[in-house]
Design a protein around this ligand. Structure first.
Ligand code: SAM
Length: 233
């Protein structure tokens, strides 16, 4: 599937991933109706903010440092990190509605109050993040796009990395986890080209606060090795 911004003046950004999966359970529909409007970061989509005015993160997070997770999937990592670091404000970004509903269920259960969401494409969020506002960013098991002709769709391309770099504070850390060897190659090539410095590359041994994710569990079951890479802005 491919969809793009339709708003006049908005850049054309094709999104090739899924936004909907199997039918939601009634409880999940309730989380989306009751919790998502309150937790959504407003002013991200072009319709709401055609002038692309920067978000007021200081007000949203009451001055706490802000960490960003791109493509949180079912929210295992985001919910666990938000619980572990209550003094950090988290923005989670994910266009897949079933994943958003799963995260909302976890937040109801765990009671974390320090998470806000952009239920859409990370590129629209990058437009409106104030420069230097993100102190840590996570990219966990990004879509692999295995065919060579699709490698430019990967997140680790300058279309995504340059605006992410602009939004990150000097010295802020970007963590990337993947189980796809060719994704490791492209990450080690393109992330430094976009102005980040590699500081760590572990195979099989994760960061000490790493809570694992659904995609990682699948990779391990299927015998693939996780790579954990850290870069500084
Ligand atoms: C392979 S899944 C991994 C999910 C999760 N991080 C995990 O480890 O289980 C990749 C996720 O990235 C999301 N994604 C893809 N493109 C995105 C974009 N432009 N902005 C935000 N999320 C995106 C997808 O919807 C998908 O949920």
């Amino acid at each position: 599937m491919s969809s793009a911004n339709q708003f006049p003046g908005a850049p054309r950004r094709n999104f090739y991933g899924r936004t909907h999966g199997k039918q939601l359970r009634p409880a999940q529909r309730r989380y989306l109706d009751e919790d998502l409007p309150r937790l959504t970061v407003h002013g991200v989509e072009w319709e709401e903010n055609p002038d692309r005015a920067p978000l007021d993160l200081k007000t949203i997070f009451e001055g706490r440092p802000v960490w960003l997770e791109i493509g949180f999937g079912g929210g295992e990592h985001l919910a666990a990190m938000a619980r572990r670091y209550p003094d950090i404000g988290f923005i989670g970004c994910e266009p897949f509605v079933n994943g958003i509903a799963m995260l909302l269920g976890k937040l109801r259960e765990g009671g974390q109050q320090n998470v806000r969401l952009h239920p859409g494409d990370a590129r629209n969020l990058f437009d409106v993040l104030p420069e230097g506002s993100i102190e840590r960013a996570f990219l966990n098991y990004p879509d692999p796009w295995p065919k060579a002709r699709h490698h430019r769709r990967r997140f680790v391309t300058e279309e995504h990395l340059l605006p992410l770099r602009r939004a990150m504070a000097p010295g802020a850390m970007l963590r990337v986890a993947t189980d796809i060897e060719d994704y490791v190659r492209q990450t080690l090539e393109e992330v430094p080209q976009a102005g980040f410095t590699r500081v760590e590359h572990d195979i099989g041994t994760a960061w000490e606060d790493w809570p694992s994710t659904r995609y990682e569990q699948k990779a391990l079951r299927e015998g693939r090795r996780p790579h954990y890479m850290s870069f500084l802005r």
